[in-house]
Design a protein around this ligand. Structure first.
Ligand code: ADP
Ligand code: MG
Length: 245
């Protein structure tokens, strides 16, 4: 049975989708079978980032409507083996019940090692739908007070649903923290009141949008952070690099 992890953020633009795809890529490259389930209907770029792009005809809303079979809406990534995408509907149907995704993922969970769900930004009922199937949640924030406070609200919703939640600080700029311009890692944990899963450094040109023909480059500072987080999600104990401790 797959471990299901929902990535939440509270506010858009924290890099949630980028971080999710990076971690999914590292898990898949290590030989695990990975499904990304997109729930971000308005900004459902997951199929594009992962390279499925225009080839994605069906989504999980179509499965619900009976317009296609489950297997029709699951697309293999074009450039990474073992990675599959279940795209989001273009808009939410008011008839979707909160457990629609949970019920669907339960049916296919045995085919994967991990299912990573990209939650929508915001705090509404679509966030609840994305959290419902999760064994655990991961909050992705930028290291600024606004992102941390919005993230805390999303984490509170996850907690109210009894989903244990850990924190990824993304686009981390150590020099700005050192100069007192941004919260320290400790302060970020204090504001969100959750424990740290990982830190992803700011990396200019961190763009591996496969549909633009951009490859996923391993062994950069950011992608090494994705690899460390992928290992931690599998229960390995991997220390933070010294400069962030
Ligand atoms: N660690 C990072 N360093 C630099 N830029 C990043 C980083 N993570 C994400 N970005 C950039 O931030 C923007 C928003 O990322 P995205 O993943 O779409 O955010 P979200 O899904 O939270 O809305 C994108 O242009 C992405 O390339
Ligand atoms: Mg996104």
């Amino acid at each position: 049975m797959a471990k299901i992890v929902t990535f939440i953020s509270g506010k858009g633009g924290s890099g949630k989708s980028t971080v999710l795809v990076g971690i999914a890529n590292e898990l898949a490259l290590s030989g695990k079978r990975i499904l990304i389930a997109d729930t971000d209907t308005g900004l459902n770029c997951m199929d594009v980032i992962s390279g499925v792009g225009e080839g994605a005809v069906f989504n999980w809303g179509d499965i619900f409507n009976g317009s296609c079979e489950v297997a029709d809406a699951i697309y293999p990534s074009l450039n990474i083996e073992n990675l599959f995408i279940l795209p989001a509907p273009k808009e939410y149907n008011k008839d979707f019940c909160p457990t629609i995704l949970k019920d669907l993922l339960r049916l296919i969970s045995d085919n994967f090692d991990f299912i990573l769900i990209d939650a929508p930004a915001g705090l509404g009922q679509n966030l609840t739908l994305a959290l419902e199937p999760a064994d655990e949640a991961v909050l992705v924030v930028n290291d600024d007070v606004f992102s941390l406070k919005a993230g805390k609200k999303a984490a509170d919703i996850a907690e109210s649903m009894e989903k244990s939640t850990t924190l990824i600080i993304n686009a981390f700029r150590a020099f700005a923290v050192k100069n007192g311009l941004l919260p320290s890692v400790d302060e970020a944990m204090d504001i969100t009141e959750i424990g740290l899963l990982g830190i992803v450094p700011f990396e200019a040109n961190l763009n591996f949008n496969a549909s633009q023909g951009l490859p996923y480059l391993r062994d950069t500072r950011a992608t090494n952070a994705f690899l460390r987080i992928a290992k931690r999600l599998q229960g390995e104990k991997i220390d933070l690099p010294e400069q962030w401790r």
